[in-house]
Ligand binder design. Sequence first.
Ligand SMILES: CC(C)(COP(=O)(O)OP(=O)(O)OC[C@H]1O[C@@H](n2cnc3c(N)ncnc32)[C@H](O)[C@@H]1OP(=O)(O)O)[C@@H](O)C(=O)NCCC(=O)NCCS
Length: 314
Amino acid sequence: MTAEKNLQALLAGMHPIQRDGEYVYALWPHGRLLAAGIEAAVREAEGLTVVLPRAEADRQGLTYDFVGAWITLEIHSALEAVGLTAAVSRALTEARISCNVLAGFHHDHLLVPVADAPRAMEVLAELSAHNRQAPRPELLLRSETPEDRDAIIALAADAFAMSPATGLPAKGEPVEAKVLRALFGAKEYLPRFSLVAVLEGEIVGHVISSRGWVGDHELLGLGPIGVTPRLQRQGIGSALVNETIARANAAGESGIALLGSPDYYSRFGFVPAASLGVQAPEADWGDHFQLLPLALWPGGVRGMFRYAEPFTLL
Ligand SMILES: CC(C)(COP(=O)(O)OP(=O)(O)OC[C@H]1O[C@@H](n2cnc3c(N)ncnc32)[C@H](O)[C@@H]1OP(=O)(O)O)[C@@H](O)C(=O)NCCC(=O)NCCS
């Protein structure tokens, strides 16, 4: 996964999340085996400092003063990125909130006094929103060309490095990249529905919809869709879905089916496909199999959705 270095993008997409529970700093007794609950440790000449859940510190009989809430900035920041923690600390200092920063390999973590945690989350959200509003390079949406395909496959490999289906790292090339490669050569490929999002000349997002059917009624099957990990949650995926919907209406398509999170796709008007009489190819997809009926949706379409042939790879 590519790590972000641009400060504005880091702040815009930092996405702070507060972990459950309370955490403390304590000195670990010399010679005692390390306990499983330790979340971070720093070795110094004077001894070993550990950060661990308060309950675990109590269980271990450790003494502590600082009781903190743990906030993770979920963006994948490059270790050599300059300015993120400085900007965050400055905003919290201005709000008179003290803050200890821990840098992990993937993310930065903040420990703030428990009582200040709600305000700290507000301050971070404001800082992030402010950077989202700052002028950004223009996002271009256009149809894919054959020259884009290597970049699209690389983007899919990056976006699906963690499988959204299992939450685990993909083994080898993600299956979504394989499906894409097969779709480009499939009879169900529809050129105007393979869209790229381009930012300053770089392909940062891609969505494809291919021909699918319920019986002999033609629909679109949307997916895979992927956005470069460092630029996720900044509206690029939404722009791609909205452009697909606009093109589908303009082309006289009647509906778009997809497999995905209802939390995400309901904002575009997708509903569980079963509520419209359309069944998922796999029964256990449940409400994750969704359908957007477009202006020309005829009603009365009943049956199981059939994806383009390359989806049999999934
Ligand atoms: C899913 C994906 C395409 C969305 O694109 P994006 O540019 O990150 O999303 P947007 O900025 O347009 O929208 C962000 C919103 O969608 C939500 N969202 C993003 N992915 C989500 C998911 N998998 N489930 C639920 N909500 C999701 C975010 O929480 C955010 O919500 P908010 O606006 O209420 O804060 C992108 O995150 C991605 O490539 N993910 C990895 C690959 C993947 O899972 N593809 C989709 C498989 S169906």
